[in-house]
Design a protein around this ligand. Structure first.
Ligand code: SAH
Length: 346
C-alpha cells in the first residue's frame, strides 16, 4: 500500500515543535513554519520560501500541505452567497457557505460529515453520521476559501454540517488555530461555535474559559415540544440546558446567543413567545436570534408572515435583544439547516 503523507494544515505549534524535535531540526523552525502555513496562501512546498531547502526536503518525506481537495462552488442568484464543496482524504464530501452582508463576510464551517443528532427539521440529519472532521479538515475550509475570494473573511461560524460539540477537541483546536496571533489572527469575538445543546461540553467550554462566542440552538419552549423535534433533549433536558447556559454567562461574563428556528404549528405561538421571555429573562447577557424555517422536504413549514409578525411582536417586551435572521442562499440550498450532500457519486 502507498504511504499516505499527513497534511501540515491543522497542526498547531506544539505539533510542529514535536515534529522538528523528531527530525533534529532547530525548534525555532516550528514557529517559522506555523507562521508561513497560516498567514500565507500555500499550495505546495515551493511556497514555503522562508524555510531552508533541507528542512523542506524532510517535510516532503512524511507530509503534504492540504487535507482537503476543492471540488466546486455554487453562487446564489444574488451572488452574495457562495457554497463550496470539498472532498476529504477519506473521500467524504463536505460543504461550507460564505455569506456577504455589507462589510461583513461570514464563513460557515462544517465540523462533521453528516450528524448523529437527528434534529427532525435539519437536512444534515437525513445523511446520518459518517465521521468527525479533524482539525485540519475544519480549518482548511477557511484556508482554501480565503485563497478564492477577494474580500477578507471577517467572521467564522461553526454552524455548517455536524454538531461541533460532538467533535469538541478538533473544533476547539481549529478555533484556536484561527485565533492564533502568529497565524490567521482572527479575534475570538468573530468566531462563534453553535451547539444543539450538548450539556457536558457546554460545561467544559465554561470551565476551560474558552473565549470564542457560544450559540445554543433552543428551538423549543417546553421539554416535550423540544424532544419531538430535537431528540438530544431526551438526554439533555431543557431545564438542564438553561441551567448550564446561566452558569456559562455568569461565570464567563460573556454574551450567549440562543437560536430559535421558527416552525409552523410546532413552536410558533404567542404562548411560545411568552414562555421564551420567561425562560430567557433568567439568563443574564443573552440574545435571541429567530430564524424562520428554511424548507427542505415538506415535513415542516415556515409560518406565514402574520404568524411570524405576531411572534416577533410579542417578543418586543423582552428585556433581552431579539433579532430575526432570514437565511441567505436558500436558492442554492445553502441556508441554515439545508446542507446535505445530495450527490454522492462525485
Ligand atoms: N449542530 C449545531 C450547528 C449546525 S445547525 C447546532 O444545532 O447549533 C445551525 C443552525 O441552523 C441551528 O441553530 C439549527 O437549529 C438551524 N437550522 C437547522 N435546520 C434549519 C432549517 N431547515 N431552517 C432554518 N434553520 C435551521
Amino acid at each position: 500500500m502507498n504511504k499516505v503523507n499527513s497534511p501540515l494544515i491543522g497542526k498547531n505549534l506544539t505539533d510542529l515543535k514535536e515534529m522538528c524535535e523528531k527530525h533534529v531540526v532547530e525548534p525555532f523552525r516550528a514557529k517559522q513554519l506555523f507562521n508561513w502555513l497560516y498567514s500565507n496562501d500555500i499550495n505546495g512546498f515551493n511556497d514555503l520560501t522562508n524555510l531552508p531547502k533541507e528542512f523542506i526536503n524532510i517535510l516532503k518525506l512524511d507530509h503534504c500541505i492540504h487535507p482537503l481537495e476543492f471540488v466546486q462552488s455554487t453562487k446564489s442568484n444574488s451572488e452574495l452567497t457562495n457554497k463550496f464543496l470539498f472532498k476529504t482524504s477519506s473521500g467524504s464530501l463536505i460543504e461550507s457557505v460564505l455569506m456577504n452582508e455589507g462589510n461583513r463576510v461570514t464563513l460557515c464551517l462544517s465540523t462533521q460529515v453528516g450528524c448523529a443528532l437527528d434534529c427532525k427539521f435539519c437536512a444534515t440529519a437525513k445523511m446520518g453520521f459518517k465521521e468527525n472532521l479533524n482539525s485540519g479538515e475544519i480549518l482548511d475550509q477557511y484556508l482554501l476559501i480565503r485563497q478564492k475570494v477577494k474580500k477578507p473573511i471577517t467572521n467564522i461560524v461553526f454552524m455548517g454540517m455536524g454538531e461541533p460539540f460532538l467533535n469538541y477537541k478538533n473544533v476547539i483546536k481549529a478555533a484556536h488555530l484561527l485565533h492564533s496571533p502568529d497565524g490567521i489572527n482572527m479575534s475570538t469575538k468573530r468566531i462563534t461555535i453553535s451547539t444543539a445543546g450538548v450539556i457536558s461540553k457546554i460545561k467544559r467550554f465554561t470551565k476551560e474559559k474558552e473565549k470564542f462566542k457560544l450559540a445554543i440552538s433552543l428551538n423549543g419552549t417546553t421539554n416535550e415540544q423540544r424532544s419531538l423535534i430535537m431528540p438530544i433533549t431526551l438526554k439533555n433536558s431543557l431545564d438542564d440546558l438553561l441551567d448550564a447556559s446561566k452558569k456559562y454567562t455568569e461565570s464567563s461574563n460573556r454574551w450567549l446567543t440562543f437560536e430559535y428556528v421558527l416552525l409552523k404549528e410546532r413552536n410558533d405561538t404567542v404562548e411560545d413567545a411568552n414562555r421564551l421571555i420567561t425562560l430567557l429573562t433568567e439568563v443574564q447577557r443573552c440574545k435571541l436570534n429567530v430564524i424562520p424555517y428554511n424548507e427542505i422536504d415538506g415535513e415542516f413549514q415556515r409560518p406565514n408572515q402574520n404568524q411570524i409578525q405576531a411572534f416577533m411582536n410579542k417578543l418586543r417586551s423582552a428585556q433581552f435583544p431579539v433579532t430575526i435572521r432570514w437565511s441567505k442562499g436558500t436558492d442554492i440550498d445553502a441556508g441554515c439547516g439545508q446542507l446535505a450532500i445530495k450527490n454522492n457519486s462525485m
